[in-house]
Ligand binder design. Structure first.
Ligand SMILES: C[S@@+](CC[C@H](N)C(=O)[O-])C[C@H]1O[C@@H](n2cnc3c(N)ncnc32)[C@H](O)[C@@H]1O
Length: 287
């Protein structure tokens, strides 16, 4: 990654998403896209990208939503996916059909010099909660929006409302130490769980008409492929994988058994359906 496009406070996140975690997301791209599909459809419908529109997909990762957005804006529109993760963006580029009106930039969205005022829609599926200085990041993103342009993203609500993410790690805690407590201001998956904080950030970045709609989903952690698939996913993505990283082999094994038992208790046929809770956030530029 070009270091001139990396804002220092986000260096830790850049290392995180370019290391083992980014590689795991890349390896599991198909599976994760299938698990997250119900949320994707809902946020894409909410964003209502129309033919001819210019869109930026923030923290686009392996590009699932960028590809969907490109289909929606059609040949007269344009989509730019931005992300700090080299492996994830390489996967996004690999998936892009020839001739699609879709480009990707490896960059920190906080400081990327977006073309001013040309974008109709700033969009994100879980890619905006990792900024160390979110007001600065959103203010920079807003420079890309035309007057009256819109921001639409989805982010997680509190951990206790998201068993699909926390049930495995809670089971793991029977055997491995707890992950360090995060402050509500620390970048991370739950950093936008509190509506007051999100509104404060978006207000300070100059957005108006902020709305936050709570939505509940059931996600199949097994993606219809049985208990082993759900276990494998929990061990690769999310807080359980982080809690097990670097632990002695016997503790990892014991934690894996505990996670398996917790997931088995939720199993229905070949699925492991678990609750997920998000905010659908929208805002506008200057209204
Ligand atoms: C949870 S992943 C979501 C990826 C993708 N939107 C999806 O739903 O599959 C978060 C993404 O945000 C990206 N990200 C984190 N901080 C960023 C920053 N400052 N600028 C651009 N992307 C960033 C990460 O590299 C990662 O791809």
């Amino acid at each position: 990654m070009d270091n001139t496009l990396l804002q220092d406070p986000n260096a830790e996140q850049a290392a995180y998403w370019n290391g083992r975690v980014g590689q795991r997301w890349t390896n599991r791209q198909d599976f994760m896209d299938a698990v997250l599909a119900p949320i994707s459809s809902a946020v894409l419908d909410r964003a209502a990208a129309a033919p001819g529109e210019h869109v930026i997909d923030i923290g686009c990762g392996c590009g699932a939503t960028s590809l969907e957005l490109a289909q929606r804006v059609g040949p007269s529109g344009r989509v730019l996916g931005v992300d700090i993760s080299q492996p994830m963006l390489a996967r996004a580029r690999q998936r892009t059909p020839q001739g699609a009106q879709l480009a990707f930039e490896i960059t920190d969205a906080t400081i990327y010099p977006f073309a001013a005022g040309e974008t109709d829609l700033l969009f994100s599926r879980f890619g905006v909660m990792f900024f160390a200085q979110p007001v600065q990041s959103f203010a920079n993103l807003r420079t890309a929006l035309r007057p009256g342009g819109r921001l639409v993203f989805v982010c997680w609500r509190e951990p206790r409302l998201n068993p699909w993410l926390v049930l495995p790690v809670q089971a793991a805690y029977q055997h491995v130490p707890k992950l360090p407590e995060m402050s509500p201001e620390d970048p991370g998956p739950f950093s936008f769980a509190t509506p007051d904080r999100v509104r404060r950030i978006l207000d300070a970045a100059g957005f108006g008409a902020v709305t936050m709609e709570p939505r509940d989903f059931t996600l199949d952690l097994a993606n219809g492929q049985g208990l082993d698939a759900a276990l494998e996913n929990a061990l690769e993505i999310g807080p359980a994988s982080r809690a097990l990283d670097g632990q002695p082999a016997e503790l990892q094994l014991a934690a894996q058994h505990a996670i398996r038992a917790a997931l088995a208790a939720q199993q229905v046929g070949q699925s492991v359906p678990l609750g997920a809770a998000v905010w659908m956030v929208s805002a506008s530029n200057g209204v």
